[in-house]
Ligand binder design. Structure first.
Ligand SMILES: Cc1cc2nc3c(=O)[nH]c(=O)nc-3n(C[C@H](O)[C@H](O)[C@H](O)COP(=O)(O)OP(=O)(O)OC[C@H]3O[C@@H](n4cnc5c(N)ncnc54)[C@H](O)[C@@H]3O)c2cc1C
Length: 550
């Protein structure tokens, strides 16, 4: 062997993680069975196996590496307002739509259809950016139903499993993608500050001309958007097609694309409505009420996306530790690394278990179960706050398990690390989500009753849990001062979310996972970084569950 080649010998580097099934995750599969979608396991497994292929992972990497490009004008100077994506992006979209991860469950009456879709969204973890339009297409449908005529026209195309990209009259296409356009420069969380106006078109009931701007509109090449604008009767919800019936472009101008920290495969634009045609959805003045139907779904998707990112980061970190040696042992056998990975594993499992319970509640709420709708109201707001806050912290620690490689773009951890903070920002940033959970308690007491009823199911198995629930009940049922309770909102909502997770783990997870979760998160025998679990826990069964293909 020449001296040249010997300098290139690669030792103690980890084999790539590929060819695994991303849905082979015990918390996911057990949750799918429990929440009534066992019939869809084959479909979920098919998505998981595809997500684990080199080919699909490359689509994700490429779509992120070569971000979309905006074309405001054609070469002759005419406005076109188009966004150009690399073929890999279209492959991702086409695959997600073909597997029904977009709006398909709205056309499927089987109990568990929305649970199955949640599991597929979780398993399809190769690129978060295209998940944005996939999620919005899913979420638009329940809001659109506030206008039965529009729903009858467009729902079959939104739910169809064909991805048909391009600027054409929506009713001539085989499938549609939808976006949402609410945030303006002067107000995002506070949409009531919207200044965009909607003026009724004389002689065309339900039609309005929309004038104004939106500071954030992701996936601007969508076929249609739900938007909010000030109509004569107040803030109202509208459906705006990109192309009008007959084929003429609706005057929706793309001003520029945002240069973002992550989520680069997804175009996020600033747009202006220059007298664009919009159709009223729901009543005038009831825009927030109408669009909340959509926000419920996108918030759940933020939880699913966070839980999926956490599991992906964990599996990568554990895979690295199983193959990399330092100081004479594989990292996975170093006691302190075992602590770090186990701590990450219980956080991830708690997120996935809570996510699956909420997916089940969502499914049953959609089928008319009022008790489950009440549980979803509070538990989803609290979990959106908490899980989306834990995601970036977990990704940071998982990245460090890879040492220097974790910081390098060739490895997927850097991408996951950039992605996760976004899920905490949109669909209700941290404070807004926490305050929304308090609002649910104040205005919809049935949501608190439903939460406690669920939490009670785990009582009697672990005194640390029983104590935590008792003190939470005391906190939430005593008289309070409004300013004081807002000040404490994050603390309170974190407690709600952690008790929710602990109760579910006690009932459904392996005893080792539940024990470690209660010892650290409830009994507070824990430090401020991951890897600070107390001594005496049984870590082997926790780590076992991090194996790809377990
Ligand atoms: C990549 C990306 C894509 C996006 N895509 C879309 C899209 O497609 N469509 C769309 O409509 N929007 C989109 N958004 C916008 C996003 O939903 C908003 O940024 C978000 O809702 C927050 O609104 P804001 O930016 O105006 O911040 P603000 O509302 O000004 O909030 C700033 C901070 O103040 C906090 N805050 C707000 N109110 C209170 C309060 N009462 N008490 C305490 N704290 C408070 C918030 O939690 C936040 O931390 C996107 C954002 C990003 C980053």
């Amino acid at each position: 062997m020449s001296s040249m080649s010997s300098t290139h010998e690669v030792l103690n580097q980890v084999p790539p993680l590929a060819g695994h099934d991303t849905s082979a995750d015990p918390a996911l599969i057990e949750g799918v069975e429990r929440e009534g979608a066992g019939w869809a396991l084959d479909e979920i497994r098919a998505v998981g196996r595809l997500a684990g292929t080199d080919e699909a992972m490359d689509w994700g990497r490429l779509a992120e590496r070569v971000p979309p490009r905006l074309h405001t004008h054609d070469r002759y100077g005419r406005r076109v307002d188009e966004v150009e994506y690399v073929p890999a992006y279209h492959q991702l979209m086409q695959t997600a739509v073909a597997h029904g991860i977009h709006a398909a469950p709205w056309a499927d009456d089987r109990p568990g259809a929305h649970v199955a879709r949640a599991a597929k969204f979780y398993a399809w973890n190769v690129d978060a950016g295209h998940g944005c339009p996939i999620s919005m297409t899913y979420a638009v449908v329940p809001a659109l139903r506030a206008n039965p005529e529009l729903a009858a026209r467009f729902e079959p195309l939104l739910t169809n499993r064909e991805y048909d990209f391009g600027l054409r009259d929506p009713e001539t296409k085989r499938g549609l993608i939808a976006g949402m356009s609410m945030t303006e420069k002067q107000g995002g969380s506070d949409v009531r500050a919207n200044t965009t106006t909607a003026t009724p078109v004389a002689g065309e009931p339900g039609a309005y001309r929309i004038v104004g701007h939106k500071w954030f509109t992701s996936a601007p090449m969508s076929d249609m958007f739900l938007t909010l604008a000030q109509a004569p009767g107040g803030l109202s919800c509208f459906l705006l097609p990109r192309v009008l019936p007959g084929g003429e472009a609706n005057p929706i101008r793309f001003m520029r694309l945002k240069d973002k920290l992550g989520n680069k495969s997804n175009a996020s634009s600033e747009i202006e409505y220059d007298g664009a045609l919009g159709w009223l959805v729901g009543d005038e003045g009831k825009g927030v009420k109408t669009i909340v139907e959509m926000v419920n779904m996108t918030r759940l998707d933020c939880v699913i996306g966070s839980a999926s990112g956490m599991r992906t980061a964990l599996v990568q970190a554990a895979h690295h530790a199983r193959h990399r040696a330092a100081f004479g042992k594989l990292l996975i056998d170093q006691p302190l690394m075992r602590n770090v990975l186990s701590d990450l594993a219980i956080e991830s499992e708690a997120a996935t278990t809570a996510m699956m319970r909420l997916a089940g509640a969502n499914d049953r709420a959609i089928h008319g179960d009022a008790g489950e709708a009440a549980l979803r109201r509070l538990a989803l707001a609290a979990t959106k706050y908490y899980v989306c806050k834990r995601g970036p912290v977990l990704a940071n620690e998982a990245l460090e398990c890879l040492g220097g490689n974790g910081y390098i773009e060739d490895f997927d951890l850097a991408r996951i690390y950039r992605e996760l903070p976004l899920l905490s920002i949109w669909e209700g940033s941290g404070n807004v989500a926490a305050l929304d959970a308090l609002r649910a308690i104040g205005r919809e007491p049935a949501s608190l009753d439903a939460f406690f009823a669920e939490a009670e199911l785990a009582v009697g198995a672990d005194p640390r849990y029983d104590d935590a629930l008792t003190s939470l009940k005391k906190e939430l049922t005593q008289p309070y001062d409004v300013v004081d309770i807002e000040l404490r909102a994050r603390r309170l909502v974190e407690q709600i979310a952690v008790v929710f997770q602990a109760g579910l783990l006690i009932r459904h997870a392996s005893p080792a996972v539940a024990d470690a979760f209660c010892a650290s998160r409830l009994a507070r025998d824990w430090g401020s970084a991951f890897g600070t679990l107390p001594a005496g826990l049984d870590l082997a069964p926790i780590l076992e569950r991090t194996e790809p293909g377990f």
